[in-house]
Design a protein around this ligand. Structure first.
Ligand SMILES: Cc1cc2nc3c(=O)[nH]c(=O)nc-3n(C[C@H](O)[C@H](O)[C@H](O)COP(=O)(O)OP(=O)(O)OC[C@H]3O[C@@H](n4cnc5c(N)ncnc54)[C@H](O)[C@@H]3O)c2cc1C
Length: 263
């Protein structure tokens, strides 16, 4: 690890002014500390967001759930409000990594990082959620820009995510057995605006699958997935799985996600 300065703060403005001066935000550290230990990154200054109370917690409104950026995966998993209003989101959070990752990793860190195999981006995209920052609100359709890339500008801090409550939703992932990230994960949601399907792990970043959305809009049933051809052309091929295998997994996980949404 390279040497760095570490600073704790208690408010968002304190954090953003340090970030504007060149510091990097530290959330749960589950991605960043590992990268720093391997000297893959070497920020000179870190500002720890853990002491900012305004960034922790879950707020319920009649039509939405707001999960603040520093809320851990474990808190989402165990939240009665999330379990009741968007059960698939609690299940998704409970399936992330292992107990240590869930105890420390945060929703804000996960979205800012936008790992192409992360689980949360698929929920945010399929549910048509809104990412809230210290500067503006960004619709999910505009937020994810491909592998590790997002619409966040230099110095912009995620403060929370607003999830509209879907009629039904389900998430299914085939885990990469070593890391437990998604080899392929599919999140399906029946929302006020129609059916939305988001796929993670299969490509260079989370993406919506419009053919699956169309088929499931006609009839929301696992059988509707059968008739949809999943094109492997743009999907990843690596030591873990070929593009063809991933294409098959998209179909299998989509069916399972619909089954779970209907259960
Ligand atoms: C062994 C292991 C298994 C994992 N398995 C899974 C899995 O199955 N599914 C899954 O989805 N994820 C998985 N993860 C990732 C994990 O869930 C974390 O969400 C992820 O590591 C980032 O969250 P963090 O809070 O630790 O962020 P950090 O590592 O602290 O930060 C990550 C990046 O986000 C930036 N950042 C952090 N917070 C903010 C903010 N509020 N605003 C703007 N930028 C910010 C940081 O500057 C940094 O660039 C796994 C991680 C590990 C180590």
């Amino acid at each position: 690890m390279y040497a760095f300065q570490y600073q704790q703060v208690k408010t968002v403005p304190e954090a953003t002014s340090l970030i504007a001066a060149g510091a990097q935000a530290l959330a749960g550290g589950q991605t960043m500390l590992a990268a720093m230990k391997q000297r893959l990154m070497g920020p000179e200054k870190l500002v720890d967001l853990a002491g900012i109370k305004d960034l922790v917690g879950i707020e319920v409104t009649p039509s939405s759930l707001v999960i603040k950026a520093m809320t851990t995966h474990q808190t989402v998993e165990l939240s009665g409000a999330v379990q009741q209003m968007i059960p698939s989101l609690a299940i998704l959070a409970g399936g992330i990594g292992d107990r240590q990752v869930r105890a420390l990793g945060t929703i804000g860190g996960s979205l800012a990082n936008n790992d192409p195999a992360a689980c949360y981006p698929s929920a945010v995209l399929a549910l048509g959620a809104t990412v809230m920052t210290n500067q503006r609100e960004i619709a999910a359709d505009e937020f994810f820009l491909g592998m590790y890339a997002t619409a966040l500008q230099e110095g912009e801090l995620i403060t929370g995510v607003r999830f509209p409550i879907p009629k039904r939703s389900g998430y299914a992932k085939f885990k990469q057995p070593a890391s437990r990230f998604a080899l392929v994960g599919v999140f399906v949601a029946q929302t006020e605006g129609g059916v939305r399907v988001a796929v993670t792990g299969a490509g260079n970043g989370v993406f919506r699958h419009l053919e699956l959305e169309h088929a499931l809009s006609q009839r929301f049933s696992p059988d509707s997935v059968e008739g949809v051809h999943i094109d492997p052309t743009e999907l990843n091929s690596d030591i873990h799985a070929s593009a063809l295998y991933r294409a098959n997994l998209v179909s299998v996980q989509a069916k399972e996600a619909v089954r779970r949404a209907l259960a």
